[in-house]
Write a protein that binds this ligand. Structure first.
Ligand SMILES: NC(=O)c1ccc[n+]([C@@H]2O[C@H](COP(=O)([O-])OP(=O)(O)OC[C@H]3O[C@@H](n4cnc5c(N)ncnc54)[C@H](OP(=O)(O)O)[C@@H]3O)[C@@H](O)[C@H]2O)c1
Length: 395
C-alpha cells in the first residue's frame, strides 16, 4: 500500500521531487504534499499570506512583456494553479497594462477571482496587493482615495488587501509626498484597504513614513523593493534591517531579475523587446552566478528559477515572481517546501558579487538620483529609456 501524506487541494508540482512521496508499484494514485505547510504562512499586518506571492505586471503589458488578450485563458489557468496550490498573495498596480489596456492586470485578477471554481474559503482568502501610482496629477489625499476606489471598481471587490504607494515623490515633488501619505491614511480609515504598504522607498524615507503613519494610528505593514541575487546592494540590506526592526514585511519584486535568473537567456538568446537592451549589458557578467545556480539546482534536483526564488525566501522576504504561463507557475511553485543550506546561500552570494554589472534600481526608489537614466518606467507604458545609470545617496 502506498504511504503518503496528503492535502485536499494541493496540486503536485512535477518539478519538486520532495513532493513525490509514493511507492511506484502502488496501485493507488500517489498523494501529494502541499507546496508549503499551513504554519509556514506569513503575517503581513492582519493578513496571513503564502510564503511566496505571484506578480502580475506582465498581465496587460504589451511593451515589455508582449502581452496579448489571446493569453488570457492561459493566465487564468496560471492563476487557478497558483491558488489551488495555496498561493493567496497577488501583486498588481493601477498602472499595469499599457495604452488602452491600462488597468488590465487588476481587471484580470478580479475576473479570475470571480470565476475561480474551487472552494469559497480559498477564494475569500486571496489577498490582492495593489499599488497606486504617484502620477503628477494626483495631488491631494482625496485623489488617492479616488484612485483606490477605481482599483476596487476594476477588481470588483469591496476591500483591497494591501494598498501600496507605488513610489515616493520625495526626491522631486516633496509636497506631493504629503498627499500620498494622507491618501494612504484616508483609504485605511475608510476601510477601503485592510493594510497599507510602500514600494520603492529607500531606507530614510521608509522610516519617515513609518513614523508618520504610526502617529496617525496606521501600521505600515509592507515594503516592496527590488530584491534578488542581482539586486542585493547596501540599500536592500539596510531596508531589510529596518523592516525587521519595525515589524514591516519585505516583499521582493523581480526575484528572477526580469527573467535573467531563470538561466534561459544568454547574450545569444535574448528576449524580445526592451529587456534585450538591459540583458545584453548584464548577462555577459552573470556567468559565475548562473554557474552556481545551475550547480546547486542540479545537486538539489531543482531548477534554476526555483533556486533563485528560494534564495529570496531564505533571506526572509516574500518573493513575488511574475509568471505568464502554467509551466512557469508550476515550476515556480517548486521553490516552496525546501530551503537552501547556509553554505549554498554563501556560494550564491559570492558568485553574485563576481558579477560586474548589477541590476538597475528603480529610478523612483528614494535615495537614488538618476544622472542618466537606465531603468524603464515601463509599468505605465509611457517611458522607455535606457542608457547609463549612476546613483547618488540622497536621503
Ligand atoms: N514595485 C515595483 O515597482 C515593481 C517593479 C517590478 C515588478 N514588480 C512586481 O514584481 C513582480 C515580479 O517581478 P517581474 O515580473 O518584474 O520579474 P521576475 O519575477 O524577476 O521575472 C518574471 C519573468 O521571468 C520569466 N519567468 C518567470 N518564471 C519563469 C520560469 N519558471 N522559467 C522561465 N522563465 C520564467 C517570465 O518572463 P519571460 O517568459 O518573458 O522571460 C516572467 O514574466 C511583477 O509582476 C510585479 O508584480 C513591482
Amino acid at each position: 500500500m502506498a504511504f503518503s501524506i496528503s492535502t485536499p487541494t494541493a496540486y503536485f508540482s512535477c518539478f519538486s521531487l520532495r513532493n513525490e512521496i509514493s511507492l511506484s508499484s502502488s496501485p493507488f494514485k500517489p498523494l501529494k504534499l502541499p507546496p508549503y505547510w499551513p504554519w509556514e504562512k506569513v503575517k503581513i499586518g492582519p493578513l496571513s499570506v503564502s510564503p511566496m506571492g505571484f506578480g502580475t505586471w506582465a498581465w496587460g503589458n504589451q511593451l515589455l512583456w508582449g502581452y496579448q488578450e489571446s493569453m488570457d485563458s492561459e493566465l487564468q489557468q496560471t492563476f487557478n494553479l497558483a491558488v489551488e496550490n495555496g498561493i493567496n498573495l497577488f501583486d498588481t498596480a493601477d498602472s499595469y497594462g499599457t495604452g488602452r489596456l491600462n488597468g488590465q492586470s487588476e481587471k484580470l485578477l478580479g475576473k479570475f477571482i470571480r470565476e475561480f471554481q474551487g472552494q469559497k474559503q480559498v477564494q475569500d482568502d486571496i489577498v490582492i496587493a495593489t499599488k497606486f501610482a504617484a502620477y503628477p496629477w494626483r495631488l491631494t489625499p482625496r485623489q488617492f482615495v479616488n484612485a483606490c476606489k477605481a482599483s476596487l471598481d476594476r477588481i470588483q471587490i469591496e476591500q483591497i488587501g494591501i494598498g501600496q504607494l507605488h513610489w515616493s515623490t520625495a526626491n522631486y515633488a516633496p509636497l506631493q509626498e504629503l498627499a500620498l501619505w494622507g491618501g494612504l491614511v484616508a483609504m485605511y480609515e475608510k476601510g477601503l484597504v485592510q493594510a497599507v504598504g510602500v514600494s520603492n522607498y529607500g531606507p530614510k524615507q521608509l522610516v519617515k513614513i513609518y513614523d508618520y503613519l504610526k502617529a496617525r494610528g496606521v501600521p505600515l505593514c509592507s515594503a516592496q523593493v527590488q530584491f534578488s541575487l542581482l539586486s542585493t546592494g547596501q540599500d536592500q540590506l539596510e531596508i531589510k534591517n529596518i523592516c525587521d526592526s519595525l515589524g514591516i514585511r519585505l516583499i521582493a519584486y523581480s526575484p528572477l531579475g526580469l527573467g535573467m535568473l531563470t538561466g534561459k537567456y544568454s547574450s545569444s538568446e535574448l528576449p524580445r523587446g526592451p529587456r534585450a537592451l538591459l540583458f545584453r549589458q548584464i548577462l555577459p557578467g552573470l556567468e559565475p552566478l548562473l554557474r552556481s545556480l545551475r550547480e546547486i539546482a542540479q545537486r538539489r534536483l531543482k531548477t534554476v528559477p526555483q533556486v533563485a526564488i528560494n534564495w529570496c525566501i531564505c533571506k526572509g522576504t516574500i518573493p513575488i515572481p511574475g509568471a505568464k504561463t502554467v509551466k512557469q507557475a508550476e515550476e515556480n511553485l517548486g521553490a516552496l517546501g525546501w530551503r537552501l543550506s547556509s553554505d549554498e546561500l554563501l556560494q550564491l552570494e559570492n558568485a553574485a558579487r563576481e558579477s560586474p554589472q548589477r541590476m538597475i534600481q528603480n529610478i523612483f526608489q528614494t535615495r537614488w538620483i538618476c544622472h542618466s537614466v537606465q531603468y524603464f518606467v515601463l509599468e505605465t507604458g509611457m517611458t522607455c529609456l535606457i542608457s547609463k545609470f549612476s546613483s547618488t545617496h540622497l536621503n
